[in-house]
Design a protein around this ligand. Structure first.
Ligand code: AMP
Ligand code: ZN
Length: 114
């Protein structure tokens, strides 16, 4: 999608700190990290949000979680723990309408929100 921020990051049209890429997903540091490790894992295919997911996205969705686990290990938080969050729609505060899995880690998260 030409005017989508994360599509532009995936295509290297705007700079980002990419940490992982394969045929299905790309992952990069959040520009405003909320925790010592805060990485976004996104499908290479444009999907506006979790509400658009269908069984046809199963492989992509699995790839996002498998990538998240590998990234957690690479960033030293696999044992200490991490939080995976997807925001969907206005009440969640979703700001970018390209599906993304937040990976938060590197500190004890006392609340339930990330
Ligand atoms: P959400 O509220 O779930 O839609 O989260 C969007 C996230 O994208 C926020 O945590 C932002 O800090 C992050 N973000 C916005 N612009 C960029 C960017 N250019 N590169 C990396 N992360 C970004
Ligand atoms: Zn997009």
């Amino acid at each position: 999608m030409s005017d989508c921020l994360f599509c532009k990051i995936i295509k290297n049209e705007i700079p980002s700190k990419i940490v992982y890429r394969d045929d299905l997903v790309t992952a990069f540091w959040d520009i405003h990290p909320q925790t010592p490790v805060h990485i976004l894992i996104v499908p290479n295919q444009h999907i506006a949000g979790a509400a658009e997911l269908t069984p046809a996205h199963a492989e992509t969705l699995a790839a996002m979680f498998v990538a998240a686990n590998a990234i957690a290990a690479e960033h030293g938080v696999a044992q200490s723990g991490y939080r995976l969050t997807i925001n969907q729609g206005p009440d969640s505060g979703q700001a970018v309408f390209h599906l993304h899995l937040h990976l938060f880690g590197g500190k004890r998260m006392s609340d339930r929100r990330g």
